[in-house]
Design a protein around this ligand. Sequence first.
Ligand code: SF4
Ligand code: SF4
Length: 437
Amino acid sequence: MARREPSLTTERFTTSQLLEIDACTRCGECLNWCPVLEEIEEETFTPEGREGMTDKQKMDFSPKNKLTGMREMLNKGYGLRAKLFGPRQIPEDDVLKLKDEIYHCTTCGICSTVCEASINTVEIWESFRRNAVMHKRGPYGKQTGFVDLLASHNVFAADQEDRLCWVPEDIEIKDKADVAYFTGCTAAFRMQRVGVATTRVLQALDIPFTMLGPEEWCCVSVLIRTGQLELAEEFVNHNVNAMIDKGVKTVIYACAGCHRTSRIDWPKFYEGGDLPFEILAISEYMDRLLDDGTLSESDFDWKNPLKKRVTFHDSCHTGRHCGVYDAPRRIYDMVPGAEFVEMARTRELQRCCGAGGGIKAGVSDLALKMAQKRVQDAELVNADIITCTCPFCRRNIMDGINAMDTNIIFKDQQEILAEAMGLDLTLPDNPYIDKQM
Ligand code: SF4
Ligand code: SF4
């Protein structure tokens, strides 16, 4: 008789992840920090079909219980008893319940940061999602549409030929350059003001740069975060080879999602191994130029003091995932008139805004609640402006602001720089003007 397959297989998990799943000491520290669990416990958000949950059922959304659930299921499939008598079957509904819980996660990474056993939880959640997609249990909700959208090579099913339609005529894009600005789908089609600000600042600072234009394909963050890998290799290799053709040595990003994906995920899919160029957040790049003397503060030629109280939201992707905290703060510190203030939860212990991990598409109510919580953090320090280095956080935080009665406004870091430098942020007429967020 054919031996039964375990209900939850180890496919897509690495050996060290399987050990890490076993290493959870159940200390419970992560329960104090998980922003999703916080919303579920406070009942500001109830997962679909889970009304009237007991405290114990709510706890199943915690990092601790998700790891425990995985460990128990894997033991039933691969433990000693399973070796002797065959895997014990787990009702499919139980596996689907765990799957739903793991898709209610923004992959913010704070559970990993505070974990006393140093478990890389984000990688484990993503491996579980990859396994779920393999077995046709995932992805979740509207995340299923990502692969079809990417037939256009961007997440908005827009015409790739329009990739640079937002660039003002007087901005010079070099054919080849040491530095490339990877714009990302969101800034190219839905938040063009961020793209215009970034290119204006680069030009004003005399930093020559190139862009890939129609050859810039989606960074595939949306696929990798949600466990859908089928297009990842093709897209990553296309983007890397397009950068090589342009002679690029450094790729800079004003989008935290693209930055994280390029820096941490692309090397896993690039057929040549290590990337043949470096990946930097734009603030890191400016920080370096200021350090080595290529740039000085006077080069910013400030025109308009900001005269506002500003607080910075570290995006999970550039902050906790890539460890970039000081460089963006150095940029804000330079802006004349900006009174910079930190929220209570900042840097490594920042509170996720709720946009990432496919939650904005998959569980949009949850994303909105989390954004409002982050705006409340900014209100508590009397900020006039909440700022970030991520168009995706920008979209979610602005949705949060719009759903609240608050005077706080959102501005991207590059927008703040460009305005303080007196640069023109007018968008050229283009087919996406009415779709701007
Ligand atoms: S990554 Fe963030 S949202 Fe996901 S389980 Fe950990 S703390 Fe919760
Ligand atoms: S903090 Fe780490 S070890 Fe403690 S319960 Fe959470 S995942 Fe387990």
